[in-house]
Ligand binder design. Sequence first.
Ligand code: ZN
Length: 295
Amino acid sequence: MKALFLLTLLSLCASAETHAPEDRQFPVPGQVYIPGKDTGFSKYLTKSLRGTQKVVLTFDDGPDVVNTPRLLDTLKQFNVKATFFILTERLNDQTLPIVRRMIAEGHNLGSHHHDHVSSDTKTEAVYRAGLKKSILATASLMEEMDSLNREIYYRFPYGAYGSGSRTYHHLNVMKEVSEELFGDNCINFAFWDVDTVDWLTDMTPENIAQNVMSNIFGGTAYEFKKNSNGSYSKVTYKINKPIGGGVVLMHDVHKRSVDSVPMLLQMFKDRNVEVVPMQEVEEFAYKGKECRLRI
Ligand SMILES: [Zn+2]
């Protein structure tokens, strides 16, 4: 009995060890990713947040000169930290002070690439140059500002990677760029668990907040459908088995999205939902690993 127990314990430890790298969202250090084969999204969901009533708030496609400062005001009011996946081509004299404010107020500055073109349509040289430029821009800003957060988070535009061109795989390039910039495997790519569908023009701020709450507790939610004329419209559905926590995808370039945040954060307060920073989540934790630019 004791032997069996020990054996079970040993095999549990072994399997935990075998699976540990898979649980991390860094590209796995020793793995060579194969284009067209190593694709998909589901294995990168944030499983550790399931059922916890904890969420990570992420905002893509900014900075926006009007909406991002409004969002920062709300986050400050509720004392909540978020992660911003910015498009570094949007950095200019008007937006740089907004990004510096993000860093100063303790938010994570992530890269959503330099431009918003799907990575799957790019040649290796174009993808590599855009990634390097974008990561260098965000990491340099964090270093200049002496940011408390130095984790290097990245999100693919449209979540697209690994397909398209069959001559290279984006995750191999990511490791090479990271090695060049930091001398280590530092870029942690992030997807999302809850899509608020806030890009859809007929979503209201209430609908956007409702989408998040229904993914935590169940209930009415909204998704999009493509019409025969190519336009998109909103459809209502029910979530009966909510995931109960995860990474939330929103966009700080839309007024409706930013308008939804005060009501969402009030709902979180009322129902004990906790907003956690990305680095406190198992899949995104750096665990003391230091990543500093070496160029
Ligand atoms: Zn985007």
